[in-house]
Design a protein around this ligand. Structure first.
Ligand SMILES: [Zn+2]
Length: 164
């Protein structure tokens, strides 16, 4: 699929659907990932709340502005957390923890991130319902996410996060 790189404007051809960045060439990917300030400013241009996930161990690296507002957490507060800890999913508070609890076995978000990190294939409209911690206890939230691999990491874009 041929597209203009959103960072340098050059035409780029990628085998993957870039459903989160909407176009980023390999040279810009490398440059952005190698510079924390550039990375943060690029992430902030993504129009939906987005987390950057690293592989092995699968942890949150940082959050764009939208995700900082959505979850009320700074990049420093999310760095090194499991995805579910950022969402404050009930299963991330268990003894085994996010991704390891028995309730996480079929977590579609976890599966989408693993799929994208291991195969590079973007995932779109991955939906689930998560029990999210709120001031009123745990409440069911409908979540819809998309993923895209960026270098060795993955972007986790939160298209919807709504109490149901
Ligand atoms: Zn570029």
């Amino acid at each position: 699929m041929k597209k203009a790189c959103r960072s340098c404007g050059n035409s780029t051809q990628t085998p993957q659907v870039q459903n989160v960045t909407h176009g980023l060439c390999p040279a810009c990917t490398e440059m952005i990932l190698g510079n924390p300030d550039r990375l943060q400013s690029f992430l902030n241009k993504i129009e939906v709340p987005t987390l950057l996930m690293q592989s092995n161990p699968r942890l949150v690296v940082t959050a764009n502005h939208g995700a900082q507002v959505l979850f009320g957490k700074s990049p420093a507060q999310v760095s090194g957390l499991r995805g579910g800890q950022v969402f404050e999913c009930r299963h991330s508070f268990s003894e085994a923890g996010c991704g390891l609890d028995e309730n996480c076995l079929n977590c579609t978000i976890k599966e989408a991130v693993i799929e994208t990190l291991t195969t590079g294939v973007s995932q779109n409209e991955v939906q689930t319902v998560l029990p999210i911690k709120t001031p009123h206890g745990f409440e069911a939230y409908g979540v819809s996410i998309a993923t895209e691999r960026i270098g060795p990491s993955a972007l986790l874009a939160i298209r919807s996060f709504t109490r149901i």
